[in-house]
Design a protein around this ligand. Structure first.
Ligand SMILES: Cc1cc2nc3c(=O)[nH]c(=O)nc-3n(C[C@H](O)[C@H](O)[C@H](O)COP(=O)(O)O)c2cc1C
Length: 215
């Protein structure tokens, strides 16, 4: 298997990226790339992003979440506030996310500060979710140790009975959104021979500056 890993090699060459291709506002640039990813057949879950959080001891932790909105330039995802990531965000607020669009040979990295999103957005979004997902958000003590799958399934059944009796699931207080205020973006376009194109945006005295980075 290790030999196979060494032999895996894909040379990128689908596109290139010049500073003149970039929007001055990285959010607009990000939306342009996301839009293309959303319309690229085979680019599965293009809104999936690896979210890294950091706890009070500086220990990082990463997992995939789904980007569900962009509000006033902030990236929004929904989760359980009492989860591991929720605790990390309460402790430091420092996060980074990375998108990898395989077919487009593109990566976007964002560093920023995460804060809880106004509950009005969570209420609206929660009620658009399939019933099963709403019930899941209610019954799952995300990130906690549980005795068995059966306990979870029983809790789901109890909630399903309430729905059958006419009570629709309400958003629990422990479930809601986070908004990430971006402080730094990096746009990466795969190129041949690992000589990729990379551009980093950082915010300086109210405006975004762009530099090219070595691959
Ligand atoms: C494709 C994909 C999408 C996911 N989307 C979410 C999401 O939007 N929100 C969420 O809480 N967990 C999502 N998860 C599950 C998380 O990766 C993770 O297991 C969970 O949030 C618990 O993480 P934590 O214990 O680090 O807080 C997703 C997982 C995958 C693979």
């Amino acid at each position: 298997m290790e030999e196979k890993l060494k032999d895996l090699r894909l040379d990128y060459g689908r596109d290139r990226l010049e500073i003149s291709d970039l929007q001055t506002d990285p959010i607009i640039q990000f939306k342009d790339w996301l839009e293309l990813a959303l319309h690229t057949e085979g680019e599965i879950e293009p809104n999936a992003m690896v979210l890294s959080t950091v706890d009070a001891d500086g220990l990082p932790s990463s997992r995939v979440v789904l980007l569900k909105d962009i509000i006033d330039g902030h990236l929004v995802f929904y989760t359980n506030y009492l989860s591991k990531k929720g605790h990390d965000i309460a402790e430091t607020g420092h996060v980074s996310v990375v998108f990898w669009w395989r077919l487009l040979q593109r990566q976007v990295r964002v560093q920023g500060i995460a804060k809880k999103l106004d509950t009005k957005y969570a209420d609206i979004y929660f009620n658009t979710r399939p019933i099963g997902s709403r019930i899941g958000a209610i019954v799952s003590p995300q990130s906690q140790v549980i005795e068995s799958r059966d306990l979870l399934d029983e809790a789901v059944r109890r909630e399903e009975e309430k729905v059958e009796a006419g009570t629709m699931p309400k958003r629990p207080d422990h479930w809601g959104g986070y908004q990430i205020e971006p402080k730094c973006f990096e746009f990466w376009q795969g190129r041949s021979s690992r000589l990729h194109d990379r551009f980093r945006y950082t915010r300086e005295s109210g405006h975004w500056s762009i530099v090219r980075l070595a691959p």
